[in-house]
Design a protein around this ligand. Structure first.
Ligand SMILES: Nc1ncnc2c1ncn2[C@@H]1O[C@H](COP(=O)(O)OP(=O)(O)OP(=O)(O)O)[C@@H](O)[C@H]1O
Ligand SMILES: [Mg+2]
Length: 260
């Protein structure tokens, strides 16, 4: 990945909210998916969201960056309330990177062009500046030798690392990950998690939806279990994963332990 000699510093939540979600509700028609969620994520914190399929994990992430509109409640990023006007959304998204399960790279662009694109179109960087930054970011995710490859010539893990580099190119202050390793062959999961671990060590504020419990244990400052429209349990990984209080959490954890 990146230089193996990079010193590891634990991420340090700072007590200052980067994301502040208050009374967030989201319905699709008659179906209530999120029912009054309150959640703050601090600067430098890594929050891992877990929960059963359909619990609303993706919906919550999408509400944080305005891809979905809350039915009620509010989202603030660094104290600025999310507004749904196009210009305000675009400004906010410059600071919020999102990585999806499907890598969503442009197939007709090389790795480096994928990482250069938004820098030029959104941030108005010159092609030379964008290329230099893209090159450094691809090296950071261990892909210095793949800069000129098209996505079709890259493995899933490599494509996902390009997608992470692309998100980082905008210098986000918050990164959202929605099951970034779920579409990968098992042997490729580790290389993507390693890049995410290094990001966390570098102090990035991250909200991560994942089923990778080992990653949650090692990297999360806080694990948040979402079910039935709300947060049913949250706290340090050991607490939530090993000593859950609620029956709902116990049932969910039994289910994932048995692989179901
Ligand atoms: N655009 C939409 N229109 C209607 N219903 C939706 C829409 N997006 C999500 N839903 C519904 O909202 C609920 C929560 O979906 P969401 O994708 O957020 O769950 P999830 O926790 O991410 O699940 P998974 O673990 O399977 O990814 C589901 O019942 C889903 O069908
Ligand atoms: Mg989902």
């Amino acid at each position: 990945m990146t230089s193996p000699s990079t010193p590891k510093t634990p991420s340090v939540p700072t007590g200052q909210p980067r994301v502040s979600i208050k009374g967030a509700s989201k319905s699709f028609g008659d179906s209530v998916v999120l029912n009054g969620i309150d959640l703050d994520v601090e600067v430098g914190e890594v929050a891992v969201l877990i929960g059963p399929s359909g619990a609303g994990k993706s919906t919550l992430l999408r509400c944080i960056n305005g891809l979905e509109r809350l039915t009620a409640g509010s989202v603030e990023i660094d104290g600025v309330r999310l507004q749904y006007r196009e210009a305000a959304l675009n400004r906010m998204r410059e600071h919020v990177g999102m990585v999806f399960q499907s890598f969503n790279l442009f197939p007709h662009l090389t790795a480096i062009e994928n990482v250069m694109m938004a820098q030029m179109s959104v941030s108005k960087r010159s092609s030379a500046d964008a290329r230099e930054r893209a090159s450094a970011l691809l090296a950071r995710v261990g892909l210095e030798d793949k800069t000129e490859s098209y996505p079709s010539a890259l493995s899933g893990g490599q494509q996902q690392r390009v997608a992470i580099a692309r998100a980082l190119a905008m210098s986000p202050k918050l990164m959202l990950f929605d099951e970034p390793t779920s579409a990968l062959d098992p042997e490729l999961v580790g290389e993507v998690l390693q890049v995410m671990r290094e990001l966390a060590d570098d102090g990035m504020t991250m909200v991560v939806v994942t089923h990778e419990m080992r990653f949650a244990r090692q990297v999360a400052d806080r694990v948040i279990l979402l079910a039935d429209g709300g947060i049913v349990e949250e706290g340090a990984p050991e607490k939530v994963l090993d000593n859950p209080e609620s029956d709902r959490a116990k049932a969910f954890l039994r289910q994932i332990e048995s692989g179901g």
